[in-house]
Design a protein around this ligand. Structure first.
Ligand code: FAD
Length: 654
């Protein structure tokens, strides 16, 4: 039996980004004892990197805004594939979540009359993003941390212990969600401390996944090192399905030069505040890329687009502010047509659009980022930008109201790890609001579930065998040297694999074959390569010991990235249309017949290990599922002319 440290809590939250912290605060406010576990240092979650702002229809800058308009924009942005109930809850509750942040101490930028300022972003009809310069995520995390500290102070006063009801386990990685002996309900988590390598188990009836995204499976990405799809994989391994995994957002504007910083995000606020995209001929090319579904809503001339910044009520917005998928594809086409910038991007210019002091005040991080990393002064010259893997719309299949993961009692998911909310494409700013709205709901319902389970008198406990298996799985990279012990091949002929090499090959595969523009043959090739990589990853070997060993950490993360990448590739191959973040070269049109179809990924063998050494078959089983019909009163928010472009004839008749 493996010796591990064991603790017992009511609710475990995996992840200390916006979703995880908001969930933890709620669970604690419901009176539950809540443990938060995070891979990085507390406060360093990916959410910190968020720049542009939080979308919420507070109507501070334009009184025409309300939740119905926000709902409409979100559904349009997601090309109507969003789970309508999530989009509804999100639009309705986002303003309260922002005001709540303010009462907890967040210092947002202000309008001249002292309200929370809101800025324009792609796909949002009105200025809607509450922001703090271009460092909004930092303020969001700072505020949530501050709230946690204040709750801990209350607990100190009441129980004499700061961590009596809310404790953060930082620099700890969870590798398995544990189940009860019947293998049905959640019973806790298994993980290791990154610094010491020691294993631990936390028993709890309710576990919230808030682990963020998957971007580190792609070579060019804006995402941080934490984004290895852990929560997605933990859910699959626990028996919960993933949905919409073919939809990966390639943000149109990442840095393209120098190579060491390729992929780092250039915030959409640059365009929201007036920045324009030009090709090597100096042309504002986006005017040539307005798709039919958006034609009536976007300016057809530069003059009209420019006037919109001053008079949005009488002009239409410039096409630089189309949803991200449209802009990313347009940039890709310009570069392919030979009209790109010297380093393979296009030009994004604010220098001719705003005075230098305004640029420095409104976009301080961008000014600093380009000066420091590329020696470009954005107040005097254009930036070079190109698409970068940014966000995954797909994720754990959840109940919209409670965030409960399908089919696994006790498992909840919120934030980027959850699927459904954003459909085929997320609008900028809708993630931070998603984290707060569904983070709160996850904490609330996890706490209620924990309460019900405790009062039923049947608290689930994980058996020792599961813990032994989890420990053996985590330790495998130390025994891979000279060959996988379970392989029949002689040890000397099966050398251990380097986890860094495997990771690079995986990233290159996903980038080249399942990237921004996809083709059937390439995705089939990607699936072959992923199978081969998975077999090799079983032999990923590391040297040294368990104390802070990054090679070992990566070897463990590879399991998750490979699982998630297969989901993306399989679902992308299956969906024979182009929609939102999924663009098929061989099926370039959006097909209404695909509108009501969700692709659901499950582990092919939920009882077994994810990758047997000689596995040639995929690990993922894919099924089609019809989406629930959109509620008629919500459909009534759209003109029929618009619905005809998206819904099937059958849906329209109904
Ligand atoms: P995260 O904030 O990433 O937190 C994940 C947490 O899970 C971390 O604490 C991590 O350590 C932990 N974790 C992961 N795996 C494990 C594991 N196995 N064990 C333990 N812990 C684990 N969105 C907007 O709405 N507006 C913006 O302006 C905006 N700007 C952005 C700018 C950049 C550069 C980027 C990259 C994204 C931006 N986004 C923005 C998107 C948004 O920031 C993210 O979608 C969001 O922060 C995700 O939050 P989260 O709480 O789901 O996950």
């Amino acid at each position: 039996m493996t010796q591990v440290e064991r603790q017992s809590w009511d609710v475990v939250v995996i992840g200390a980004g916006g979703a995880g912290l908001r969930a933890a605060i709620e669970a604690r406010e419901q009176g539950k004892r809540c443990a938060v576990i995070c891979k990085s240092l507390f406060g360093k979650a990916h959410t910190v990197m968020a720049e542009g702002g939080i979308a919420a229809s507070m109507g501070n800058v334009n009184e025409g805004d309300n939740w119905q308009v926000h709902f409409r924009d979100t559904m349009r942005g997601g090309k109507f594939l969003n789970h309508w109930r999530m989009a509804e809850l999100h639009a309705q509750e986002a303003p309260d979540r922002v005001w709540e942040l303010e009462t907890w101490g967040a210092l947002f930028d202000r309008t001249p009359d002292g309200k929370i300022s809101q800025r324009n972003f792609g796909g949002h009809e009105y200025p809607r993003l509450a922001h703090v310069g271009d460092r909004t995520g930092l303020e969001l995390i700072r505020t949530l941390q501050q709230k946690i500290v204040s709750l801990q102070q209350e607990d100190k006063a009441e129980f004499g212990d700061y961590e009596a009801r809310l404790k953060v386990f930082q620099e700890c990685t969870v590798t398995r969600v544990l189940k009860d002996e019947a293998g049905e309900r959640v019973a806790g988590v298994f993980g290791y401390e990154r610094e010491s390598g020691r294993f631990f188990t936390i028993e709890a009836p309710a576990v919230v996944l808030a682990t963020g995204g998957i971007g580190k499976s792609f070579k060019v990405t804006s995402n941080s090192w934490e984004y290895t799809g852990d929560g997605h994989a933990l859910a699959l391994l626990a028996g919960a399905p993933l949905v919409n995994m073919e939809f990966v957002q390639f943000h149109p504007t990442g840095m393209v030069w120098p190579p060491s910083v390729k992929g780092i995000l250039v915030t959409e606020s640059v365009r929201g505040d007036g920045g324009v995209l030009r090709n090597s001929e100096g042309k504002r090319f986006m005017f040539g890329y307005i798709p039919d579904v958006f034609k009536e809503k976007y300016a057809q001339t530069e003059d009209e687009g420019d006037r919109w910044y001053e008079d949005p009520d009488h002009n239409r917005r410039p096409p630089e502010l189309l949803p991200r998928d449209e802009v990313a594809r347009a940039i890709n086409s310009e570069v392919k047509a030979g009209r790109g910038s010297p380093h393979g991007g296009v030009f994004l210019d604010v220098s001719t659009r705003m005075p230098a002091e305004v640029i420095k005040r409104r976009l301080p991080s961008m000014h600093h980022q380009f000066k420091e990393l590329a020696d470009v002064d954005i107040t005097a010259e254009p930036m070079e930008v190109g698409p970068t893997c940014h966000y995954v719309m797909g994720g754990v299949d959840v109940d919209p109201d409670t965030t409960a993961a399908t089919g696994v009692p006790g498992l909840f998911a919120a934030g980027e790890v959850a699927g459904g909310m954003h459909g085929s494409n997320r609008l900028g700013g809708n993630s931070l609001s998603d984290l707060l709205v569904f983070g709160r709901r996850a904490g609330l319902h996890a706490a209620r579930y924990a309460e019900e389970t405790a009062s039923s008198g049947a608290l689930p406990t994980p058996d020792d065998a599961q813990i032994d298996l989890a420990a053996a799985e985590a330790l495998r990279p130390f025994s891979a040297e000279g060959g996988d012990p379970s392989s029949r091949a002689p040890r000397s002929t099966v050398p251990a694999e380097n986890p860094y090499t495997l990771h690079q090959e995986l990233q290159q595969t996903m980038n080249d074959l399942v990237g921004i523009i996809r083709k059937a043959g390439e995705m089939e090739e990607a699936l072959h390569r992923l199978t081969a990589l998975r077999v090799r990853a079983r032999r990923a070997g590391v040297e040294g010991h368990r104390q802070f060993n990054p090679g070992w950490h990566l070897a463990i993360d590879l399991r998750n990235m490979l699982l998630v990448s297969e989901c993306v590739a399989r679902a992308a191959l299956e969906r024979t249309e182009s929609r939102g973040g999924h663009t098929r070269d061989d099926y370039p049109e959006m097909d209404r017949e695909w509108r009501p179809v969700n692709l659901v990924c499950r582990l092919a063998d939920p009882s077994g290990e994810p990758a047997a050494p000689d596995a040639r078959q995929g690990q993922i089983r894919l099924e089609r599922r019809l989406t629930p019909p959109i509620r008629p009163d919500l459909l009534g928010l759209f003109e029929k002319d618009e619905l005809v472009k998206y819904l099937t004839d059958e849906e329209l008749t109904q």
